[in-house]
Design a binder for this molecule. Sequence first.
Ligand code: CUA
Length: 178
Amino acid sequence: MDKHYIDPLEKKWIVMVAIFLLASWSIILYYAIVDDIHPPSNVEVIDSARLHLDSGVGGGEFREDKLGVHRNKKGNLVVTIVAARYGFYPQTVTVPAKTPITFRMASFDVLHGAHIPFSNMNTMIVPGYITEVHTEFQKTGKFPLLCDEFCGVGHASMYGMINIVPKKDFQLDKGDHS
Ligand code: CUA
């Protein structure tokens, strides 16, 4: 028998697997490009037990009085959120539509998730790491920020709210800082 001989049935399977792989890669590429969905790739460590302190890794970025919406030095909007059993702090954030926004989130205790329907926000918040997500909301309205990683008995009631207002109506609250 020819040593390069491939059984017709095997050939059929090779073709089927190749088609399946190409189809799955195309779907992943399609959503990555069109919907801007991608795995979070930010690797920044933080000491989850010292979020409330100025010292240590992270340097107080997640101190209670610094949470919420603010502008960074470049003038871009940043939302800083702490996830802890069982809630997001602050519970509600107000942000403008059609504006690039960076979310920076950290867990105070265990693994949590952050999912905002109708957006590309769907990520894990791993203790010990800062989760960074870049997004831009298109629709205005109130959307839930849901925890989608099981984190304990209160998991089902762990949610916050994202209030998306028209760009022209947005202003930072007086209590917010830059
Ligand atoms: Cu936090 Cu589920």
